[in-house]
Write a protein that binds this ligand. Structure first.
Ligand code: 1CP
Length: 386
């Protein structure tokens, strides 16, 4: 199925003037990250790490000492400071906006909190059609502190560094709303999806405009790229993904595409879904650590060939992002170096074969909280050397 067939009516949420918004973006961004996305040779291999901001950094723990997670997400100065901390420390090629996937819901008025050591917790889980209909859709003004935070970050980034904005994809966001908090098996979410598909599709339709607006607001404020996290999509079969998730994710990518910023799509344990996740419309596919980069590239390429048989060759390969196991950062410098070299060789092989356009180095999921920050810095240095 092609991404065009997935297209839904996004009239109400389509960018009012994507061209005008694009003209406000930084003019002179000349970044290895962007070269890798375009399929050009970057001046060095770009690297950033998911959850590079956060508890691995003593400077993060210091500024968060007396401030709640959500409070920090709505404080423009803290958003800018925490976003920049890992960029300064590790010389990252990309900053990722310090925020959370539940921030647009909180902004819209949903009663939720991010509980230390646990994650997002929702006071009234959404399990009925009335609850779905009662879910507010975010208004742009409710996101003003984040716009201001983005301005602060752009003032500090070098021209060769990019700022990545992000949102959670509808399935992953829905999982917190339906379960009421983090879940190991996502059984409440999946049973709602299977037993009440009407409620499920209504929930997806209700969440999509809020996610689109959260991303539009970030792009209009100047982020250079976006990442859509469908962290828990790996709990679904490809068949379920096509039926219950892909149409909404495709609509989100379609709504952001006119802005012309690179779009990344990532989920954990998505080896079986890489093809599906590529054809819903991103420019870059994130790969978790379970699949070698060259195998991931072959899966993505095969799915694109199937979906767009007559398209130009460059349409049929995506840039790939990934995929060091975050646990490897605990195993000592020599092991880390060995894994980085293997991953780079796999990615380069895929690029040579025309199965990937470029490689952005990342972890296969987020930095674990107890990771030694010096081990992280050494990994950045090793990737830049290779
Ligand atoms: O007290 C703390 O320090 C809170 C820990 C924390 C942090 C630092 C949470 C709670 N969120 C964040 C920031 C965050 N969340 C970022 C920022 C920037 C960076 O990457 O450096 C991003 C991109 C997110 C996105 C996010 N939040 C995702 C998708 C990415 C992923 O990790 O898969 C998900 C699933 C969440 C939910 C969430 N928020 C926080 C936690 C602990 C969780 C996961 C809980 C669970 O296991 O379900």
């Amino acid at each position: 199925m092609s991404s065009v067939e997935y297209a839904l009516d996004s009239g109400a949420i389509f960018p009012r003037d994507a061209q005008a918004a694009a003209s406000h973006r930084r003019a002179s961004v000349d970044a290895p990250f962007l070269a890798a996305v375009r399929g050009e040779k970057p001046s060095r291999r770009p690297i950033w790490m998911m959850r590079q901001a956060g508890r691995s950094l003593p400077e993060y723990r210091a500024v968060r000492k007396d401030v709640g997670m959500l409070e920090a997400c709505f404080d423009a100065d803290l958003v800018a400071e925490i976003t920049m901390q890992p960029v300064r420390r590790h010389d990252a090629d990309a900053a990722i906006l310090f925020s959370d996937i539940v921030v647009p819901l909180k902004a819209a008025g949903v009663d939720l909190d991010i509980v230390p050591g646990r994650g997002p917790v929702v006071s009234n889980p959404i399990q009925t059609i009335d609850a779905v209909r009662g879910l507010p859709i975010v208004e742009r003004e409710q996101l003003d502190p984040i716009v201001q935070g983005i301005g602060g970050i752009l003032g500090e980034l070098r021209a060769d560094q990019v700022l990545i904005g992000f949102a959670g994809a509808p399935f992953t966001v829905a999982s917190y709303l339906v379960e009421g908090g983090p879940s190991k098996n996502h059984e409440v979410t999946k049973s709602l999806m299977y037993s009440h598909p009407d409620i499920w599709h209504a929930l997806m339709r209700q969440l999509t405009p809020t996610i689109v607006r959260f991303l539009q607001m970030q792009v209009e404020a100047g982020v250079d790229a976006i990442q859509l996290f469908d962290s828990w999509a790996g709990y679904l079969t490809a068949r379920d993904y096509r039926q219950f998730v892909a149409p909404y994710t495709a609509e989100i990518f379609q709504a952001i595409k006119p802005y012309g910023v690179p779009m990344i799509h990532f989920g954990v344990g998505t080896g079986e879904l890489l093809g599906e996740m590529a054809i819903v419309g991103p420019d870059v596919v994130g790969v978790d650590w379970r699949v070698p980069m060259d195998a991931a590239a072959a899966r993505v390429k095969a799915a694109l060939e199937h979906a767009h048989p007559t398209a130009k060759p460059e349409v049929k390969a995506k840039a790939l992002q990934g995929n060091l196991d975050p646990a490897v950062l605990f195993a000592g410098e020599d092991v880390v170096t060995e894994h980085i070299r293997r991953i780079n060789a796999e990615a380069d092989r895929a690029i040579e074969r025309g199965q990937a356009r470029g490689h952005i180095f990342n972890l296969g999921h987020g930095v674990l909280p107890n990771t030694d920050p010096d081990a992280i810095t050494r990994a950045f240095e090793e990737v830049h050397r290779s």
